[in-house]
Ligand binder design. Sequence first.
Ligand SMILES: *Cc1c(COP(=O)(O)O)cnc(C)c1O
Length: 402
Amino acid sequence: MAQNRRHFIQRTAAGLALLSASPMTFSRNLAEQSATYQSKPWIELSKEAYLHNAAQIGKMANGKPIVAVLKNNAYGVGEVPVAQFLDESPHVFGIAVVKDEAALAMREGGVKKPILLMGDFDDSFADELVNHNVTLSVHSRNALSKMNGISIDQKVKIALYLDTGLGRMGIPYQETFNIAQEIDKNPNLSIEQTFSTLTSPQDFAREQISRFEDIMDKLDQAGIASGLKHLAPSYSLLDLQNSHQQAVRPGILLHGSFPSSKMQMAEQYPLQVPYRLKAPVIRLEKLKAGDTIGFSRFYKVGQDEWIATLPVGWADGYDSGAENGALVLLGDQLFPVVNVNASHANIALGASTSIKIGDVATLIGPERPEITPEGFGKLINGHNYLQINYKESIPKHSYASF
Ligand SMILES: *Cc1c(COP(=O)(O)O)cnc(C)c1O
């Protein structure tokens, strides 16, 4: 386990070296790098697009600072590079993650802003987390006893995590005041933030806000500092202005997607697609009318046609629903995805083609409305969030801009 983390951090450090190069060196490095990735899929990330999206979210929140949620490897696109980008944003107060290892990897990648660990931590990581200035969440009595047990000559920064009704994580709101009093008695613990998570239905979200605010008032009256207060994931940020509190806490909006298809506010707040998923053509064959593709013989070739194979499939996190209508960009044309297996996807190119082995397809990216995460979602009737769920094994290239 520890060895894995070492390995991961070493890879991250290599990524950082790439990032700190000047844009000129950068493209040369990238050209060299991409030569080594021609047989695998990869993800390209745009720092400028992430900074643009953070600035737009700042507008949505009327200037309130952002706690950027980069959990689950930043929804699959790469938590360390995205954290490095957002570390430069004046709109971002800090970063929130769920896994202890993610927080440490970001610190080793040079991220300076506050990092909030919303999830639990392994006891063996406790000292390292405190040494690296990671804010730990008191999400239960058990978590508090772990923090009381940290014997390190340094203040432990903590966040009070309240459950106001999501029912998943956090101290039940009715118990928060007592726990905060206990925390207040330990001079080693310092409450830096207090947060909870809102549900989507507006009526109940309002009830949650009032539960939260009642407790904040009680803490104020008792002279217990509660630090920076935040409640709102992307949905509530857009849906309920009084959810904004002192900071907002979006995830999906940073990646250029609105949290639900009913919430397209792209005209008011134009977001950019800040990443691309790409893969090279590794096989090209002209199949005959009547031939089929896939284990279930999912696609039947109607007339003789060229079929390209890309080395990316659902095991890499590419949505298998893509075979139900998604398109990919190859050259300057869009072609249909006709089959997705665990490690491969097939693209139908038609009766004649100028595409060659080694040509690179863009499966997701900003170039065409059909291949943006939202366009892709519409074509396959998919879930907004699950479209970006790429595996850590996919290499990441960072661009100064697209
Ligand atoms: C995932 C998550 C967020 C961000 O959610 P989005 O819908 O992606 O904006 C915020 N807060 C908590 C506690 C979360 O788990």
